[in-house]
Ligand binder design. Structure first.
Ligand code: ADP
Length: 610
C-alpha cells in the first residue's frame, strides 16, 4: 500500500478542519481534566482519609521553602485548593471539586466525540457523492468489466469501513498519545525511577502487537473481497430470479450462495480470532508490568527509601489509567490497515478514468441538419481483441430510415452504440453534419438522439415519470400526447391510477408490449432528430405486436432513424438496408434491389421472415 493512500486519507480528514480543530481542543481539555481527576482521587485516599496531620505539616514546610520539586509544587497547589482546617471540611471541598472536574471532563468528552462523528458522517457523504458522480461519468465499457455488486460494495461497505478507521485514527493517533504523554509526565514527576522501569517494559508489549496487526491486514482485505462477492451473487440472482425459477435451479443457487457464506464465515473467524487475541495479550502484558512495579515500589515504601505512600498510591493509580490508552493504541494498526484496504478500493474507483472524454472546447452540435456518416470504422472492445467492426462505411441522410440487418453477433448493436459515443471507434470516424463526433460535446450529441433498446429499461416509479424521465419539465399534456402517439394511452388509462401507476421494479407490473410502448412514448417525448432503434425480437402476441408497430411508425415518422430491424414490415419500408456480416458491410440497397441480387440479404430474408 502506498504512502499516498494515507496522505489522501489525511487530506479527507483535513477538508473538515474546523470540526477537527474544535474536536481536538475538546480532546485536549478532556485529557487534562482526566489527569486532574486522577490526581485528586489520590489526594482523597491518602491525605484526607489517612494522613491529614502530616499533610498539614508538609504544606506549611512547602510554603516556607524557596525551591520545590515539580512533584512538590503540584501537591502544594492541590492542597492550596483543597485543604481546609479539618479533614471533614477538606473532604467536602474535595468532593465538590471532583464532582465539578468530572462533570466538565465529560462535557468535553461528549463534545470531542460528537464533533468527530460529524466529521465522519460528512466524510461518508462526501465520498459517496463523489463516487456516485464519478461513476455517472464513467463509460459504458467500465460497467461491462466491473460487476455491479462490487461497485455497490465499495460505495456502501468500503466507505463505512473507511469512516470507522478515520475516527479510530484520530482517536488513537492523536487523543490517546496526548493522554499517554500527560500521564507519563506525571509518572516521571512523581518518581522517575519507577517511571523509567515502566517505560522500559511497556514497549516490549508493543512488538507482539504489531506482529499480530500485519496478519490481520491481509485477512481483512480478503474478507472485504468476499463480501463483495456475496453481494454480486445476490444482485445477480435477484435480478434473474425468473430464469432461476424457470430452470428450477434454486437448489444450485442456494448451494452456491451457502458456499460463499461459509467461505466468508471461515475468513471472518480467522480474522476475529486475531482481532480478539490482541486485547487479552495486551492485558496480560499490562498486569505483568503492574505487578513488577507494585513489587519494586512497595519495597521502596516499606524500606522507606525515598518513596512515600501518597506518591506511590498516586503513581499506581496513574499507571493503571495509562494502560487503558496504551491498550487502545494496540489495535490502532489493525483498524487503520483495514481502513486503508478500503481506501485503496475507493481511490482506485475514483481514479478510474472515463474512456470517453470530451475534447477541450467541444462543438455544440445544435439541431441535426444533413447527414450521419461512418467512414472506414474499425472497432474492437478490448485492445488486441478481435475486430468487431471491420472497415464499416455508410451514410444516412436526414429524413432517411435505414435498417441494419444481419446475423446475430455480426456487429449491429455495436454500430448503434458507437453513434452516441457509448464507445469510441478504434480507427476511422463517425461524423454528424461533417463534424467528427469526438469533437462534439457529449450532451449536445446525445440530446439529439433517441435510443430505444430491445430490453426496455424502466424505473420503479410512476408511468408518468418513466415517460418523462430526464424531461420532467415537459407538461402533462405533452406526456399524454406522447403516450397517445405511442399507442399506450388506452392501457394507461385502464390501470387503476392511470399515469400515477407505479410500474414495479424494472416494470414487472407491465406486459412486454406495454413496456415497449412506454419506452417509445419516452423517446417520442424527447423528440430526437436521430432515432436509434433496436427492435425487440421477443415474441409478442399479434395484437400487441400490431400496437407496438403502429407506435414505432409514429416514432419514425419524419425522423432520421437507424433501426436494427427484426420485423419484415420495418425492413421493407426502410429507405435503405445495410446488411452486416462478420463486422463488415456486406450489401447495401433497397429491399427490392437486394432481393433481386439473390445474395446474403435474400438468404437472411428467407431464413428469418418465411
Ligand atoms: P449483433 O447486434 O449484430 O447481434 P453485437 O454488436 O451485439 O452483434 O456483437 C458483435 C460482437 O461483439 C459479438 O461477437 C459479441 O460477442 C461482441 N461483443 C458485444 N458486446 C461486447 C462487449 N461489451 N465486450 C466484448 N465483446 C462484445
Amino acid at each position: 500500500m502506498s504512502k499516498s493512500i494515507y496522505k489522501r486519507m489525511g487530506r479527507l480528514m483535513l477538508s473538515h478542519w474546523p470540526y477537527i480543530l474544535l474536536s481536538s481542543i475538546s480532546a485536549l481539555l478532556f485529557v487534562l481534566l482526566n489527569g486532574i481527576s486522577i490526581w485528586l482521587t489520590a489526594t482523597l485516599i491518602n491525605n484526607i482519609l489517612l494522613d491529614f496531620d502530616s499533610i498539614l505539616k508538609a504544606q506549611s514546610e512547602w510554603a516556607a521553602k524557596e525551591f520545590l520539586t515539580p512533584n512538590e509544587s503540584l501537591k502544594y497547589w492541590t492542597n492550596l485548593a483543597i485543604l481546609r482546617e479539618t479533614p471533614s471540611d477538606s473532604l467536602r471541598v474535595l468532593c465538590l471539586t471532583i464532582l465539578f472536574v468530572f462533570f466538565i471532563k465529560n462535557i468535553f468528552l461528549y463534545l470531542k466525540n460528537i464533533l468527530l462523528y460529524m466529521v465522519q458522517l460528512n466524510i461518508v457523504k462526501d465520498i459517496r457523492d463523489k463516487l456516485y458522480i464519478h461513476i455517472q461519468g464513467l463509460s459504458l465499457g467500465y460497467f461491462h468489466k466491473e460487476k455491479t455488486g462490487s461497485i455497490t460494495s465499495t460505495i456502501i461497505n468500503d466507505v463505512e469501513q473507511l469512516q470507522g478507521s478515520l475516527s479510530v485514527a484520530f482517536q488513537k493517533l492523536f487523543v490517546e498519545p496526548i493522554n499517554i504523554l500527560i500521564f507519563a509526565t506525571l509518572l516521571f514527576i512523581i518518581s522517575w525511577k519507577l517511571a523509567l522501569i515502566a517505560i522500559i517494559i511497556i514497549p516490549l508489549a508493543g512488538i507482539a502487537i504489531i506482529a499480530i496487526g500485519k496478519s490481520i491486514r491481509r485477512k481483512s482485505r480478503r474478507t472485504q473481497k468476499k463480501i463483495s462477492h456475496i453481494m454480486q451473487i445476490l444482485s445477480e440472482t435477484l435480478s434473474s430470479i425468473r430464469i432461476v425459477k424457470a430452470f428450477v435451479n434454486e437448489k444450485e443457487e442456494i448451494k452456491k450462495f451457502s458456499k460463499e457464506t461459509a467461505n466468508y464465515l471461515n475468513l471472518h473467524l480467522k480474522r476475529a480470532r486475531l482481532d480478539l487475541i490482541a486485547a487479552p495479550i495486551t492485558e496480560s502484558f499490562g498486569v505483568v508490568i503492574g505487578v513488577i512495579l507494585l513489587w519494586y515500589g512497595g519495597t521502596e515504601v516499606i524500606l522507606q527509601k525515598g518513596l512515600i505512600p501518597e506518591d506511590f498510591i498516586r503513581f499506581i493509580l496513574i499507571l493503571f489509567s495509562i494502560l487503558g490508552p496504551i491498550k487502545q493504541m494496540s489495535n490502532v494498526n489493525i483498524k487503520i490497515q483495514a481502513g486503508a484496504a478500503s481506501a485503496e478500493r475507493i481511490f482506485t474507483l475514483l481514479d478510474t478514468k472515463p474512456q470517453i472524454v470530451e475534447i477541450k472546447n467541444p462543438i455544440n452540435l445544435g439541431k441535426f441538419k444533413r447527414s450521419l456518416e461512418f467512414n472506414d470504422v474499425h472497432f474492437e472492445y478490448q485492445e488486441g481483441s478481435e475486430l468487431v467492426l471491420d472497415s464499416v462505411s455508410f451514410k444516412i441522410d436526414k429524413g432517411e430510415v435505414v435498417a441494419l440487418v444481419g446475423p446475430s453477433g455480426s456487429g449491429k448493436s455495436t454500430i448503434a452504440d458507437l453513434i452516441p459515443r457509448f464507445y469510441d471507434t478504434t480507427s476511422g470516424d463517425i461524423a454528424i453534419d461533417g463534424n467528427n463526433i469526438k469533437d462534439i460535446s457529449l450532451s449536445s450529441l446525445r440530446s439529439n438522439m433517441g435510443i430505444v433498446t430491445q430490453e426496455v429499461i424502466l424505473f420503479n416509479d410512476t408511468i408518468r415519470n418513466n415517460i418523462s424521465y430526464a424531461q420532467s419539465e415537459k407538461s402533462d399534456d405533452l406526456v399524454r400526447e406522447a403516450a397517445r402517439a405511442a399507442n399506450a394511452l388506452e392501457f394507461i388509462e385502464n390501470t387503476p391510477n392511470g399515469f400515477e401507476t407505479i410500474v414495479g421494479e424494472r416494470g414487472v407490473k407491465l406486459s412486454g408490449g406495454q413496456k415497449q410502448r412506454i419506452a417509445i412514448a419516452r423517446a417520442l417525448l424527447k423528440n430526437p432528430s436521430i432515432l436509434i432503434l433496436d427492435e425487440a425480437t421477443s415474441a409478442l402476441d399479434t395484437e400487441s405486436e400490431k400496437k407496438v408497430q403502429t407506435a414505432i411508425e409514429s416514432l419514425m415518422k419524419d425522423r432520421t432513424a437507424l433501426v436494427i430491424a427484426h420485423r419484415l414490415s420495418t425492413v421493407q419500408k426502410a429507405d435503405k438496408i445495410i446488411v452486416i456480416e462478420n463486422g463488415k458491410v456486406a450489401e447495401t440497397g433497397s429491399h427490392e434491389s437486394l432481393f433481386e441480387k439473390n445474395g446474403i440479404y435474400k438468404r437472411l430474408y428467407d431464413l428469418q421472415f418465411e
